[in-house]
Design a binder for this molecule. Structure first.
Ligand code: ZN
Length: 316
């Protein structure tokens, strides 16, 4: 057994998932300053925007400019969300390192969101992979299964269906497959079960946990995922974007709280909590009227807090 500190990758999604959920548009210079501050705090994967038509998401119309800036930050994996082949082409042109494609496990959610059935979305993903293989084989393609734990439109989403979909996406050639609790309906038992199922279904391609804090279970769900071997976690600084269905609740898991949990339990995130608070200031400057969430930012760090304390070594 290695004595190396266990570590996780925190994938910051605030500049995409957060900014797309707020009405106000953050001005480009503020976005660039925020992304730089997140990078300075030690975040090494940032979803900087999304390649969707500007009329649908005017808040993210300048994603190509954010990508250009982010590509200059050393060691950073620059990621963007794309909903379809056209978006993928734009993302490849912009030079991202990695794209993520949302594929809904709920037929109702899929039809409402992208006007495609789940099966049609798998076809779209296959076309994106073919394009990637042809023009940009170095770019990573992730599929994120949204509404994997339940759907506000459809209600129950059968776990067998989620796993069948994950298998179909693996066969379509994506590099990794994550699970998203888009509607904040997951619980730790479901998270354990579904991520274990994902590992059995797609092996090495089992990817990130994208969990929400809508009903206060965000960190508990992240810990459950960690316990069954998940090592990449999506979260959003200040839980930006909130949750339209639950006033006062953050949508995405709050990066500050997630980093604190892992560091306090001896898991290395590579993120400096003080500098993460500096990045929070940059976010506040860019969106002064938006509520910012987070228990750790509200309470402050405990006195004498030492990040990633080495866990007690087991005797051989
Ligand atoms: Zn989210």
């Amino acid at each position: 057994m290695s004595n190396a500190l266990p570590h996780v990758l925190i994938s910051e999604v605030g500049p995409r998932d957060g900014l797309q959920s707020v009405k106000a548009t953050m001005a480009l210079p503020h976005k660039l300053a925020w992304v730089s501050a997140l990078h300075a705090a030690g975040l090494r994967e940032i979803e900087v925007g999304s390649f969707v038509p500007a009329r649908l998401l005017p808040q993210l119309a300048d994603t190509a400019d954010v990508v250009r800036h982010a590509l200059g930050l050393p060691g950073l994996t620059v990621m963007a969300l794309v909903p379809n082949l056209k978006g993928a082409q734009a993302a490849f042109d912009a030079g991202v390192h990695k794209i993520t494609l949302p594929v809904s496990a709920s037929e109702a959610h899929s039809l409402a969101n992208v006007r495609k059935t789940c099966a049609q979305m798998v076809d779209e993903v296959r076309a994106v992979v073919a394009l990637r293989n042809a023009v940009a084989p170095h770019i990573q393609v992730e599929a994120g299964v949204s509404t994997a734990f339940g759907c506000t439109l459809q209600g129950h989403v059968p776990e067998a269906h989620v796993l069948d979909l994950a298998e179909a996406l693996a066969k379509a050639g994506v590099d990794d497959i994550g699970l998203s609790d888009t509607t904040g309906m997951a619980n730790p038992a479901a998270v354990r079960r579904l991520f274990k199922g994902l590992q059995s279904a797609v092996g090495e391609k089992a990817g990130a946990a994208h969990l929400h804090n809508t009903r206060g279970l965000g960190l508990a769900n992240c810990l459950a995922a960690f316990d069954v071997g998940v090592r990449t976690f999506d979260s959003s600084q200040a839980g930006l974007g909130g949750c339209p269905y639950a006033p006062g609740a953050s949508g995405n898991v709050v990066t500050e709280d997630l980093v604190f949990m892992f560091e306090a339990m001896g898991v290395d995130t590579g993120v400096d909590l003080d500098k993460l608070m500096t990045a929070r200031g940059a976010l506040k400057q860019g969106l002064p009227d938006e509520p910012l969430y987070g228990m750790v930012p509200d309470a402050g760090l405990p006195a004498n807090f030492t990040p990633h304390v080495r866990p007690l070594r087991k005797s051989p």
